[in-house]
Write a protein that binds this ligand. Structure first.
Ligand SMILES: Cc1ncc(COP(=O)(O)O)c(C=O)c1O
Length: 422
């Protein structure tokens, strides 16, 4: 008997990948992703889904953008991975391209393969540059799951099994610059997301990063802006720290950097900071696959598309439509939705109870729209579509969200509230 692609994949997940996760995904009706292009993913049965989970921010240009795919294909025949013993033209070009668009004098780039590695590199850079150990981070932050980035993250459930993590990491309430004054004394760095993505799409008060910058300067601590999720247009700014007109000392990037075609992560640093850390130790922090030619070719093409198609402005305009629509649904169903909030095309819909989510996301899936939880806040549904999304597609997704919220309200009524951390 022929086993379907769904059965084969589910069985493999259950036995060889992650048994409990496989069961949860099955229960929530997750299909098998078979193919993807633009804003659409097709499942094992050929059913199309508008991708409003967007790889948690990876697919800024949508899936398999033709210009990025062409650049990678061309590079594949030239040289796929690098040997690291010779100069690499694409590493140089990509670092130069980032220096041209990064805020202020951020101009020296280190390339890795993921967001957490970018953060890890930034934390190490800060310690090496300042000779200090303490890292200040924010409550409910998400910086990744390697040991250092995890230590700076906020959710205990992800941290407790692995302790002790990095020593000398303290957390201050997100969005409250006054709380930094005491914490920053003697610190190497303050690491912060310009908008907390996985924390539940939390937009800090305007001026927060500016105040953080001032306090870091007063204490000689470095400001690390973790733009892994918010950077490269997602929030309607090329980099979300521009909302406050702030130049961090180090900025981390990943997710959208290669336009959703190759894995890549990076930090971009001020030369003064980089030199203080590594002028005498150029091999102190390295990565075998980081900065490989395929990833660099993808990122260079993706940066061109971002510019040529004016996608930063598009994110701002389309984000307003998405947020306005989500707010209208919140107003229609106040006993289910506590609030809709966001910046650009990073929008969070906070439910009054986690219990509603189990109905809303599967209902949206049934209607051909993907959405996802934020990792640290299980009652916030994130809507994070590609920046190429059309107004009509936004309306379809909003209709699916409305139907999901209505279904939750009809089947569950008013549930007791789960506490908010936004
Ligand atoms: C702000 C931020 N930093 C770091 C990371 C970690 O990135 P990765 O999953 O690629 O390691 C994420 C992932 O969601 C993120 O949102």
């Amino acid at each position: 008997m022929r086993v379907s692609l769904y059965e084969e994949t589910y069985e493999n997940y259950k036995r060889f990948v992650n048994p409990p996760l496989a069961r949860v995904m099955k229960l929530s009706g997750a299909p098998v992703a078979a193919r993807a292009h633009g804003t659409t993913i097709w499942d094992h049965d050929g059913k199309a889904y508008l991708d409003f989970a967007g790889g948690y921010g990876v697919f800024t240009l949508g899936h398999t953008h033709p210009r990025v795919v062409a650049a990678v294909r061309e590079q594949l025949d030239v040289m796929a991975l690098s040997g690291k013993t010779m100069f690499e033209p694409l590493v140089g070009r990509l670092a130069r391209a980032l220096a041209a668009i990064a805020p202020g004098d951020l101009s020296i780039s280190f390339f890795a393969n993921s967001g957490t590695e970018a953060v890890e590199g930034a934390l190490k850079l800060a310690r090496a540059a300042t000779g200090r150990a303490k890292i200040v981070a924010t409550t409910n932050a998400y910086h990744g799951k390697t040991m250092g980035a995890l230590a700076a993250s906020g959710r205990d459930a992800y941290k407790t099994p692995f302790g002790p993590l990095l020593a000398d990491v303290v957390h201050v309430p997100y969005g409250d610059a006054r709380a930094l004054t005491e914490a920053l004394r003697g610190a190497a760095a303050f690491v912060v997301e310009p908008v907390q993505g996985e924390g539940g799409v939390v937009v800090p008060p305007l001026g927060y990063l500016r105040h953080a910058r001032e306090r870091c300067d007063a204490d000689g601590a470095l400001l690390i802006a973790d733009e892994v999720q918010t950077g490269l247009g997602r929030c309607g700014y090329l980099f979300a720290c521009e909302r406050d007109g702030v130049v961090p000392d180090v900025m981390t990037l990943a997710k959208g950097l290669s336009g959703g075609v190759m894995p890549i992560g990076a930090y971009v640093a001020r030369p003064s900071v980089w030199n203080a850390a590594y002028a005498k130790a150029p091999l102190a922090h390295t990565s075998t696959f980081g900065g490989n030619p395929l990833a660099c070719a993808a990122a260079l093409a993706a940066l061109e598309v971002l510019r040529d198609d004016d996608l930063v402005a598009a994110a701002r305009v389309r984000g307003e439509r998405l947020l306005a629509g989500a707010r209208a649904i919140a107003a229609e169903y106040p006993s289910v939705v506590r609030e809709a909030r966001g910046l650009g095309l990073l929008v969070g819909v906070e439910l009054r109870s986690e219990g509603y989510g189990g109905t809303i996301i599967p209902e949206m899936l049934k209607r051909g729209v993907t959405a996802a939880w934020t990792l640290n806040a299980q009652r916030v549904i994130r809507l994070e579509p590609p920046l190429i999304v059309t107004p009509a597609e936004i309306d379809v997704a909003l209709e699916a969200l409305r139907a999901g919220v209505a279904a939750a309200y009809e089947s569950l009524g008013a549930l007791p509230e789960t506490s908010s951390n936004a």
